[in-house]
Ligand binder design. Structure first.
Ligand code: NDP
Length: 283
């Protein structure tokens, strides 16, 4: 089997991807908009067309959706297997899939769940969500497994981006909570370095709460196996607000979630857990 591919984009991520394929013995042709130092061993193409023409498998890792279109516009994509590892929205990925296939190319989208230093590092936990062409995912399984783990989530080209951004959104929530917690202890004689392990352990212990939410969403019974009901939690909101006030910390990171919890209680969801808030958001 010929171990050869093209990578468009030599930013931090594109470079890390390229290095991982070179280290695995692949012949890699690269292209970048502006001159950048290419990873040692890569063949630098002078134009996008030359880079795309060099190999069937073309991996794209540029800044955003607009830069992908700007780069591939006018280039002959006939018979090319385009794997897009540029972060985008689900709708952007679906539209790009149509745009690429209309130009004779095949399309697989990917969402990278890692930072560059984790790419090509065994046991780093890095993986990529893929969705779109099942044939591409199968044909290039070996090459795709080089930089990171492969998690294929279906033929809908938008799903990789959706899974990616859903997980990022969950992470934002975690970051927001940690940010508020550090602000609360900030004015006191408490070492953030000593506090951090307590917070991390607690967040890890509570992370499994999502399994309960998932089971309730699946069954439609939001009162199933509720350990801490929403009415109780909403009462705790007041203590969170007054503590923020006492510590001279803005509650603005917590306020939107607390307000939604209270609205759900007001609408009769007091015996549920937080699952009903999902419905409030989807209205
Ligand atoms: P960088 O900012 O390091 O690199 C951006 C790349 O996009 C460069 O190659 C740049 O070219 C190119 N580019 C920007 N605008 C255009 C344009 N209009 N036309 C052509 N090329 C363009 O970003 P990363 O490499 O870190 O990220 C690349 C993708 O990977 C992004 O979508 C990002 O979300 C995703 N990703 C990154 C992660 C990370 O931790 N870095 C983690 C997970 C996903 P030039 O050198 O000419 O400016």
């Amino acid at each position: 089997k010929n171990k050869t591919l093209t990578v468009l984009g030599l930013g931090d991520m594109g470079s890390a991807l390229t290095r991982s394929w070179l280290a695995a013995g692949y012949t890699v042709t690269v292209w970048n908009r502006s001159p950048r130092r290419a990873p040692v061993g890569a063949a630098v193409a002078a134009t996008v067309a030359e880079a795309v023409g060099a190999n069937t498998l073309v991996v794209v890792c540029l800044l955003d959706d607009a830069s992908v279109r700007a780069t591939l516009d006018g280039v002959d994509l006939t018979g090319r297997d385009i794997v897009n590892l540029t972060t985008s929205t689900p709708a952007e990925a679906r539209a790009l899939a149509e745009w690429i296939t209309a130009r004779g190319g095949n399309f697989l989208d990917g969402g990278i769940m890692a930072v560059p230093s984790m790419i090509g590092a065994p046991d780093s936990g890095a993986y990529v969500f893929y969705s779109g062409s099942a044939r591409l995912h199968e044909t290039h399984a070996e090459a795709l497994a080089v930089p990171a783990g492969v998690t294929y989530v279906g033929t809908d080209a938008g799903f990789a981006a959706l899974y990616d951004i859903a997980l990022l959104s969950a992470m934002w929530g975690m970051f927001a909570g940690a940010t508020h917690a550090f602000a609360l202890i900030g004015g006191e004689d408490i070492s953030p370095v000593e506090f951090a392990p307590l917070m991390v352990a607690y967040q890890q212990a509570m992370a499994g709460y999502a399994f309960g939410t998932a089971a309730q969403l699946a069954s439609g019974d939001y009162t199933q196996d509720v350990e801490s009901n929403l009415a109780m939690m909403a009462t705790t909101n007041d203590t969170l607000r007054r503590t923020a006030l006492e510590q001279r910390v803005s509650p603005e990171l917590l306020e939107p979630f607390m307000t939604l919890m209270e609205r759900r209680v007001a609408e009769g969801g007091g015996k549920e857990s937080t699952t009903g808030v999902v419905d409030l958001l989807r209205r």
